[in-house]
Design a protein around this ligand. Structure first.
Ligand code: MN
Length: 131
C-alpha cells in the first residue's frame, strides 16, 4: 500500500474471490490492498483513505453492510465510493447495500468487464456520475 493512499481497498474473506478481483484490478495499473473482514477494512481505510472500496457483504467479525455504515459515519471515509460485491442474488440485497451507503453493487461471479468499467468510472477525475 502506498503512503499517499492512492489505492483500491478490496474487502474479501475468500481467497479465490480476492485473487480474481486483484488480478483484474492489477491489469488496470491500480494499487490494491486487501482486508479480510469489516473491522480490518475500517482500520485500513481510516489509516490510509482509499480511492475506492470493493466490499464483500458476508464477512467474519463485522459484515460488509455494518462496515459500510461505519465508514459512512466517519468523516475521513464519508465520501469514498463503496461498491458492494454480493453473492446474494436476492433483489432486496442490492437495496440493503444501497441503504447502508454503498454507491453500487456488483453481483458474483464478478464480470471482469463490469469491474473494469466501474473502477475506471470512479477513478477518472473527469467522469460524470451519471454515466
Ligand atoms: Mn465473504
Amino acid at each position: 500500500m502506498t503512503e499517499s493512499g492512492k489505492y483500491i481497498l478490496v474487502v474479501e474473506d475468500n481467497d479465490l474471490n480476492y485473487q480474481l478481483v486483484e488480478a483484474i484490478l492489477a491489469k488496470t495499473g491500480c494499487t490494491v490492498a486487501r482486508a479480510v473482514n469489516g473491522q480490518e477494512a475500517i482500520e485500513m481505510a481510516r489509516k490510509h483513505v482509499p480511492l475506492l472500496i470493493y466490499m464483500d457483504i458476508q464477512l467474519p467479525l463485522l459484515d460488509g453492510l455494518s462496515a459500510t455504515r461505519i465508514l459512512r459515519g466517519t468523516p475521513e471515509t464519508q465520501v469514498v465510493p463503496i461498491i458492494a460485491l454480493t453473492a446474494l442474488a436476492m433483489k432486496g440485497d442490492e437495496e440493503k447495500a444501497l441503504a447502508a451507503g454503498c454507491d453500487g453493487v456488483l453481483t458474483k461471479p464478478i464480470s471482469p468487464k463490469l469491474l473494469r468499467e466501474v473502477t475506471q468510472r470512479y477513478l477518472s477525475p473527469s467522469a460524470s456520475p451519471l454515466v
